[in-house]
Design a protein around this ligand. Sequence first.
Ligand code: FES
Length: 571
Amino acid sequence: MPIQRSSQWYSGTDRNAYIHRAWMRRGLPGHAFDGRPHIAIANTASDLTPCNAHLNEVAESVKQGVYEAGGIPLNLPVVSLGETNVRPTAMLWRNMAAMATEEMLRANPVDGVVLLGGCDKTIPALLMAAASVDLPAVVLPGGPMLSGTFRGVPLGCGTDVWRLSEEVRAGTLSQEDFLSSESSMIRSRGHCNTMGTASTMALVAEALGTTLPGVAGTPAADSRLLQAAHEAGGLVISMVRDGRRPSEFLSRGSFLNAIVALAAIGGSTNAVIHLLAIAGRLGIPLIQDDFDSVGASVPLLVDLQPSGRFLMEDFHRAGGLLAVLREVVDLLDPTALTVTGRPLVEYLDDAQIWDPEVIRSRSDPLQPHAGIAVLYGSLAPTGAVIKPAAASEHLLRHRGRAVVFDSIEDFHARIDDPDLDVDADSVLVLRGCGPKGYPGMPEVANMPLPRKLLEQGVRDMVRICDGRMSGTAYGTVVLHVSPEAAAGGPLGLVRSGDYVILDVPARRLDIDATQEDLASRSPAEAATRAFANPSRGWESLYVSTVQQANTGADLNFLVGASGDQVARESH
Ligand code: FES
């Protein structure tokens, strides 16, 4: 048995080795410390993260796999982020979760790690941590919930909350009927069952090569998830023995494969920020433009909500990610490896589409060009993104009068005012919602439409924001505008009544004003508020060090890796 990292704690006859072994024994036999791999199970299970609450049971199956392969499994509860609960936004805490997980993996006597995540930020945070500590690591996604129905119609988790609440505001659905759908929304354990951020990040993790191929998308309630957990426990032992670390098997090609997958599945725009942050931890050159240049030629093959009809249970039944990737295999980097040590493309030969309604063939795509468009212009000097597949075709080229809101509170206070000067051609602008501005960059960019326009039948408008959009949302929404208003971006200079020009085919986002005019204006209150507020704790650290969305919104001192070495003993 080769000497493991954990042996730095456990081997020897001195006092410190005695202490490390003695406190960990608690029923373990002496040979548990003979140099066999000790495996952390970085576990985001929490009752306050309902999408991940089942992960303790999953962890038990991982443990069985680790034991079977000759290792010692160790449950390591890590910071968990429940998207629906955590205020002001789970994104404020993604980097904290990543930092805390990285540090606890480095500080403890472990040789490898199984990463158990699910809800939106948990898999990105775990991957950022694993990349920076660079221990052999495999992701096990917790899986989506089963499909719910309401009055015989499938209910898409998240997406249908937005849709039904808009129907209430439009007066086409009663409040009573709306509330009666509530208990049908969450049918089982697991994360949101639409192609929201959680589903996207699980599938993107697989396309990156960080999961067992074929596992992502397995419903949380499916017994095959426990089987996969068992296998992941065995796999990480072989990764430790082979020295297969993230820095060894992840490459720029892995990330480009993830971008191809993101486009083909019609995945969440949040994946742009998360993939940029993960690549930043590995020192892999990846820029926002890669999502456009690589993803733009990829066809949309998956008919899932929010841009389509079906749900994740259907996706898994239809063949899952491997069936999608087989259709676009010519766009994939054949050299990009997976956690198994074998290239991702080797797993595609046997993949099949079992339901062509859910997963389309390359010859019959839902849209010939999917992906995420990256826009530049006088309103977004360092970029903004839009998901054309979720937008309205007729709005992709649009010129309209800005109606500006300085904060989400300002927006809520005025959007339904009957006297608000807004029409269907207006462009709603919401600022002060970027990483520094909120702080934390919340998912508010998909602003609800003014009630009076909803009542007229309007269902989409151009919306522009320096925040993010829920992966379960849809519409002609330009988001991640950078620099954000609170960092001095020109979004802070726009005034209601200015004309804004969106031209997605030309990849432009501009304000119809001269540079001299803009230079003469003072930044809005939203541009300065963030720096006045947090004076202590994480918020203070976050606001003073967070980077902009176009590079992944990581903290500037967390970019890169520190490896797994700890220089000093604790006693
Ligand atoms: Fe957890 Fe949607 S709220 S995945």
